[in-house]
Design a protein. Structure first.
Lengths: 988, 435
């Protein structure tokens, strides 16, 4: 006899049947009926209609029946709040029951019923239960405080439950302590400034004591809480580490990983010459290895974390390479992670083993895995110089297999090897060229084209090879097109005599037949370069390229530090800072490892997502910081190549120029736009300084990014000569190719001279009929930062008008005349006069409907006249409304989604650059531009005179005249007006 | 969540729940049970999971952590079922995965198996268990000893008795273990026969390459205990050679300090079956490989056939018998059928999954088992690129391959004299021979 019988009644009258059974006199029948109800609930059926009948069964001395009714109540109370009140009395009574099990059950269930009216009744029983003699009840009550706090935080504070909860940290029972810690941590999250978890050496000591005795889950809570503490000195740090290390032997892997987090963090404070430091390092390896023999899901999380740990402290696992060898039946997600760690651990000592393994993997079945294995061989070559030769020959072996995707991957990585070791392995080019025809993936084609262009002088038939690609130029992806353009220009510079025709062909394909602005831009730049100064062109295009480094795929150190503080969390699995993706955790503090600041290092924002981390994330509305910066410096539609810090804040004007240069340069230099190539090496952050750090290091608020100029230079151009050359180009030279180059100059002009703010045409505000002969028409303008009203007064009466004066009613933004109305001479009949009235925004404020409504009174010798007019809100956008990129990102996330509004602008035919320029004229500043799937997204900010910031995302797509604007603002009321301004500005 | 103690005040309040909801999903993708610890989350959230499942093809390849616009989906795959939990905030994913495995373990223990039909048959108990195991996202009682006192496992006898008497499955007294500092043991245990048995079980994980060289090998060991002792016994288990072990994880009952100091396991055991410790003997130490495999699998460049020959022989068996020997080969897709002769045991070839299983049985060192014959291949397709690898299963009774030996078991705190016993068993874990 099983419960499956409860599922069998699916007839129409089921609810009625159940109702009858629930009201039966027989206890047994009742219980069976409640079970049927629960069974229906588990499969997602709605049985809320039975609420009163089920609640009636609650008053029973049968514990099982009571529990079942409670289960039901928790599920449905929210939808039936009035009915739920019926249950209150029983709850209150049960909280006094002599059986602690029932007391705990009652208080626990009440906490789960999220109905305001019930919470009022909950306070008294909860207070008693928190002080109950039975620890089981106390520990249940501790969790209940957290539940109640979630429903009504104020109530919890007012009732003093928080203090009681803090007291429970000193409870004699470790289970109670653990639950109190868990509850407090949870409350503290939504209540960050309350200093709830006041961590001091005394509480830490209590926690460490409880750690030894409480349940495994409690240990996780306590360890995670400990990780937030910053010890005062290295001795305290060591003593905490000593008391935490036994947790590494726990059977629960979550406990182990939380302990690893605490140790990794506190280790930073230990002097490296301390014996204990070495001991600790040794102790960390075995538990990490053991995690890899657990279930695959656990392995996956462990591997993602080990990936961080080996980057931070490679010494821990340097002898454990073999445990990362991939097993045939590992799930694919485990295989890929293991592979990544193998490369990170690869060194001269173990490279032979690693290569043998990788070669083995390259013959496996799973395509993704095989590809990654081939790529890994390339990464080994770049990382371990001594192995490069062996790696190349392994790759050649693999190319001989003629397995299509293996060949393609191999070519992509060989290109990187060329970049790392120039003039060493070029003998293999012939073999590569044999496989030209089989390449069908853009990345492989681009790589091959790069190789042909780069070594054109050594390949006899380079022109033929490139020409063969040219035939289908328009069907190629942008990546291949750009590469082909560059390669042919290189070829031309190397063998000018026989390739003139080819280069002209590609330039015209790129500039005249292409819709892609990046391709056109690059084409024009080459064209001009070649036609004005071939020698300079040679210097630029064939400049020596910086070597690529093995550090390319490392996580940026600041981010790594932060992630180390988040070991074991979702952030560590995604390799992104929590602020980047956890919903609702806005303004999260960036955690730093102790001991790492104060070393004279500038505080950089965690700017780069790791290549892996970012790439598997779905495209978000707001790109992560790394993406945005990548886009700024690289116009290619390929994965962001540049990951250095962003350029310092510049005006939109300068920025535009930089875009042009950054992108152009990257590509001109023949750089592959691929994560491996352009990332610079960064000096490692020295970790320990002589003195231990003060606790503030952790509490530090995110400081504004601070970039050193040298880094910037490094990013912008591999050679500064080149940068200079380009900077001069657009302005100084006359256009050698007329027509085609207009584009370029248009852009230059647009960038060079910001247009004036948009000002609507004058309209009649006060018709002569109503003004006893005085007609007033006017408009608003913002000229050179001055907000003004421009009026035309016309006398249509028969007599002279004098004594003009003007006054405004209170309005939404406190707009007021900054001086008197300057009408100096009397206004004769049929005479008109133009008056400009400067305005300020310091007048009295009153919200108007509509928001931008302004009521004006004009007086003359005849009468006082009233009219109202509406000003475009863009008049109030101030000149310093350009937000820092970082601030923008943070603010965007900050502002709740409810405040976001979206509008359509129809029938607008501007390119994104033109739109951006136009908007900038009205103080709507473009902070960043991003292109996804052919759609341009402009991120813009503006600031109103009263300090309100408005953030915007403008999306436009080539060929689609309808734009979408999303606006986010803390004062969403202004959105409508802002949108109107957008429309007005863009359409004028 | 606990990460953000020093953060600023969030505007949007996140739900604090660690595990918000649980969905149980069967092999074919039907949700057959859902449990919400707070508000009800629509099952449509599982669509993201189904999408990933679709993409992964093999259910074992579904990534365990998935991100959706508003939630995170953390799942495990056990016994052809997915346990899918929905979380909304930053939680330690291992915490959730461990908990899910614990749920699956508990079902296994209560119902003898963890399958869709058995869960459906016991849906009310399942629901009661889930409620008891997690409160507001905090694990409450996950020790099966404690749970069994609160919610009694179903037995045929009890359900009959309950039907007759109206009794219930729910205990009405507070489990005694719940709060003591030994939460894993209930009080007042009484047996007429007091006995304590320990099984030392070791699994060899190894990768052997085609030339027979061991690429990688390690031993995963566990000590499973079955202890039925009255009262509050305090046990001490000591080994002849404890230094062999590289890394250990202990049941919470083991006193860690004593292990650190004296290398003995001292503990008050839970009642019944439990895993006392697991350990790891890593590749640095020499791991004995009990068998060798001589193989030759070749596919002819032209034509439509291939050859296969496998011989297995003893290597380092420490003089013990190798039993339950089995070889499993995942053949390339183009192998249509096989025609082989086994000198011992029998083989099967599943043409849909392309898995060849050769069940050998006991390994006779005098007459080595051999499997040979031809493979018939699909014509017109290129010769397979990959080389299939051979997975080996085997058992060796009365041997812990690492050499670990229990020297003695002592009991303090109780007067009676228990029956004691230790058994050893070596198995192949992920034992793989490349070809």
């Amino acid at each position: 006899m099983t419960d499956s019988k409860y599922f069998t009644t699916t007839k129409k009258g089921e609810i009625f049947e159940l109702k009858a059974e629930l009201n039966s006199d027989k206890k047994e029948k009742k219980k069976e009926a409640v079970k049927k109800v629960i069974a229906s609930m588990t499969v997602g059926k709605d049985v809320s209609a039975l609420f009163p009948d089920v609640v009636n069964c609650m008053q029973t001395d049968n514990l099982e029946l009571k529990k079942l009714v409670y289960l039901y109540l928790m599920n449905y109370a929210k939808s039936q709040p009035d009915m739920a009140i019926m249950a209150v009395n029983t709850f209150v009574k049960d909280c006094e029951d002599p059986n602690p099990l029932i007391r705990a059950l009652a208080v626990r269930t009440m906490g789960c019923i999220r109905v305001d009216k019930i919470t009022e009744y909950l306070c008294e029983p909860l207070r008693k239960c928190l002080k109950d003699e039975d620890p089981y009840v106390r520990k249940t009550a501790a969790v209940c405080v957290a539940k109640l706090h979630d429903i009504n935080a104020q109530l919890v504070e007012d009732q003093g439950f928080l203090d009681t909860l803090k007291d429970l940290i000193s409870d004699s029972n470790p289970m109670v302590v653990a639950n109190a810690v868990a509850a407090l941590s949870e409350i503290a999250e939504s209540h960050p400034n309350s200093n709830l978890m006041d961590l001091n050496p005394q509480t830490i000591n209590k926690l460490l004591t409880a750690l030894n005795e409480c349940t495994e889950w409690g240990q996780i809570f306590i360890l995670d809480c400990l990780a937030n503490y910053t010890p005062r000195d290295d001795r305290e740090s060591q003593s905490i580490c000593e008391r935490v290390t036994p947790r590494l032997s726990h059977a629960n892997s979550a406990v182990v990983l939380s302990a690893v987090k605490v140790l990794m963090k506190f280790m930073e404070m230990l002097p490296k010459d301390l014996d204990y430091y070495g001991t600790l390092l040794k102790k960390l390896a075995p538990p990490l290895v053991t995690l890899l023999s657990a279930e695959p899901e656990l392995q996956y999380v462990a591997l993602r974390n080990i990936n961080l740990i080996v980057q931070r402290r490679p010494e821990i696992l340097k002898h454990e390479m073999k445990v990362f060898f991939v097993k045939y039946n590992d799930p694919i997600y485990v295989k890929l992670e293991k592979l990544d760690i193998m490369i990170r651990l690869a060194s001269q000592a173990n490279i032979a083993q690693v290569l043998a393994e990788l070669k083995e993997y390259a013959t496996e079945v799973d395509v993704d895995f095989v590809r990654k294995a081939v790529r890994a061989i390339g990464r080994c070559a770049i990382k371990v110089e001594q192995s490069a030769e062996r790696c190349v020959s392994t790759l050649l072996d693999l190319i001989q297999t003629k397995v299509n995707y293996v060949v393609q991957e191999a070519i992509v990585v060989i290109k990187d090897i060329f970049r790392k070791y120039p003039n060493k392995y070029e003998s293999v080019i012939a073999t590569l060229c044999e496989n030209l025809d089989s390449l069908d993936e853009p990345e492989a084609r681009a790589a091959m084209i790069w190789i042909v262009g780069e070594y054109a002088e050594r390949i006899d038939n380079a022109d033929e090879l490139l020409e063969s690609f040219l035939e289908g130029f328009h069907d190629e992806s942008t990546q291949v097109q750009l590469q082909l353009l560059t390669a042919i220009v290189k070829l031309f510079l190397k063998k000018p005599t026989e390739t003139q025709e080819l280069v002209q062909q590609v330039l015209s394909l790129a500039t005249q037949d292409s819709d892609n602005p990046d391709l056109r831009d690059r084409g024009y730049i080459y064209w001009r370069l070649l036609s004005t100064d071939p020698v300079a062109a040679k210097e630029v295009v064939l400049a020596e390229k910086p070597l690529i480094s093995e550090e390319t795929d490392l996580i940026e150190p600041t981010l790594l530090e932060e992630l180390i503080c988040h070991i074991g969390t979702l952030a560590s699995v995604y390799h992104k800072p929590p602020s980047a993706f956890v919903e609702g955790s806005r303004g999260v503090q960036h955690k730093r490892l102790p001991g790492s600041t104060g070393s004279g290092e500038s505080v950089e924002s965690p700017d780069t997502g790791s290549a892996a981390g970012v790439s598997d994330a779905p495209p978000a509305v707001i790109p992560s910081q790394g993406d945005l910066l990548g886009d700024l410096l690289n116009l290619d539609l390929t994965p962001p190549a540049t990951t250095g810090p962003p350029p310092p804040a510049t005006s939109g004007l300068q920025m535009g120029a930089m875009d042009l240069l950054g992108g152009g340069l990257d590509s001109l230099m023949g750089d592959e736009s691929e994560p491996v190539t352009t990332r610079r090496e960064r000096p490692p952050i020295p970790l320990r300084t002589g003195t231990p750090q003060s606790p503030q290091t952790l509490q530090q608020s995110p400081s504004p990014p601070d970039y050193s100029p040298t880094e910037l230079g490094g990013d912008l151009g591999g050679s500064s000569a080149m940068g200079a050359g380009f900077g001069a180009a657009p302005a100084a030279m006359p256009a050698p190719v007329s027509g085609g180059l207009d584009d370029l100059f248009d852009l230059g002009g647009g960038v060079g001279m910001p247009m004036g703010a948009f000002s609507p045409p004058k309209i009649v505000w006060l018709p002569a009929m109503k003004g006893k002969g005085l007609e007033i028409s006017g408009t608003f303008a913002r000229r050179a930062g001055v907000f003004q009203m421009e009026l035309t007064l016309t006398n249509k009466a028969m007599s002279v008008m004098t004594d003009f004066a003007i006054q405004f009613n209170r309005n939404s933004f406190g707009i007021a005349p900054a001086g008197p109305l300057q009408v100096l001479t009397p206004l004769s009949p049929n005479q008109s006069i133009e008056v400009t009235l400067p305005l300020n925004t310091v007048g009295p404020v009153m919200k108007m409907e509509p928001l931008n409504n302004l009521q004006v009174a004009v007086k003359n010798n005849i009468d006082v006249f009233y009219f109202s007019c509406q000003y475009p809100i863009s008049m109030l956008f101030v000149e310093d409304g350009k937000m820092e990129r970082q601030v923008f990102l943070a603010t965007w996330k900050d502002i709740p989604n409810d405040n976001e509004s979206q509008f359509q602008i129809k029938d607008c035919h501007l390119s994104s650059d033109a739109a951006s320029n136009k908007l900038q004229g009205s103080n709507i500043f473009t902070i960043a531009k991003r292109t996804v799937d052919g759609q341009d997204m402009l991120y813009q900010s503006m600031k109103l005179t009263n300090g309100i910031w408005v953030l915007a995302e403008l999306r436009l797509q080539a060929g689609n005249p309808n734009y979408t604007v999303s606006l986010k603002c803390r004062a969403p009321e202004v959105s409508q007006c802002v949108f109107q301004s957008y429309e007005a500005v863009l359409k004028n | 969540m606990e990460q953000q103690l020093d953060g600023q005040k969030p505007v949007q309040k996140a739900s604090p729940e660690m595990i918000h909801s649980l969905f149980l999903i069967n092999h074919s993708g039907d949700i057959f049970l859902e449990k919400h610890w707070k508000s009800v989350i629509s099952r449509s959230v599982c669509d993201y999971f189904f999408e990933a499942k679709e993409k992964a093809e093999d259910p074992e390849n579904v990534p365990p952590v998935l991100q959706t616009p508003h939630h995170y989906l953390i799942s495990i795959y056990r016994g052809k079922l997915f346990f899918l939990s929905v979380v909304q905030t930053e939680v330690p994913p291992l915490f959730v995965i461990e908990f899910l495995h614990r749920v699956a373990d508990t079902f296994q223990e209560y119902f003898g198996e963890c399958s869709e039909s058995v869960i459906k048959d016991n849906v009310v108990i399942v629901y009661e268990l889930l409620e008891e195991m997690l409160d507001n996202g905090f694990p409450l009682a996950t020790e099966s000893n404690v749970l069994k006192e609160m919610i009694r496992p179903p037995t045929i006898l009890r359900s009959v008795v309950n039907t007759l008497t109206g009794g219930s499955n729910v205990g009405d007294t507070l489990p005694t273990g719940q709060l003591s500092i030994i939460p894993w043991r209930r009080a007042g245990v009484k047996y007429t026969n007091n006995e304590a048995y320990f099984d030392v079980i070791e699994e060899i994980d190894a990768i052997v390459d085609k030339s027979g060289t061991t690429v990688f090998a390690e031993i995963q060991g566990v000590i499973e205990a079955c202890v039925r002792l009255s009262g509050m016994p305090d046990l001490t288990l000591s080994f002849m050679n404890p230094r062999l072990l590289d890394d250990m994880s202990f049941h919470p009952c083991v006193r860690f300090k004593r292990w650190e100091a004296e290398r003995v396991l001292s503990f008050i055991p839970p009642d019944g079956n439990f895993r006392l410790m697991s350990y790891h003997v890593s590749s640095q130490n020499l791991v004995a490989i009990p068998v060798y495999v001589k193989q030759n699998i070749s596919f002819l460049e032209t034509g439509s056939c291939g050859r296969l020959e496998i011989t297995i022989g003893p290597k380092q068996t420490m003089g013990k018998m190798v039993e339950a020997l089995m070889a499993t080969i995942h053949m390339p897709k183009s192998v249509l059928s096989v025609s082989l002769t086994a000198s011992q045991g029998s083989y099967t070839y599943d043409i849909t999954t392309k898995i060849l299983i050769w069940d050998i049985g006991r390994l006779n060192p005098q007459k080595l088992p051999n499997l040979r014959g031809s493979l018939s291949m699909q014509t017109g397709v290129p010769k397979p690129e990959e080389n299939p690898s051979i997975n080996i299963d085997l058992k060796i009774q009365q041997l812990a391959i690492s050499g670990l030996k229990v020297s003695r078991l002592d009991m303090y705190g109780e007067k009676y004299k228990p029956f004691k016993g230790v058994k050893y068993l070596t198995k192949a874990g992920k034992f793989q021979v490349r070809t």
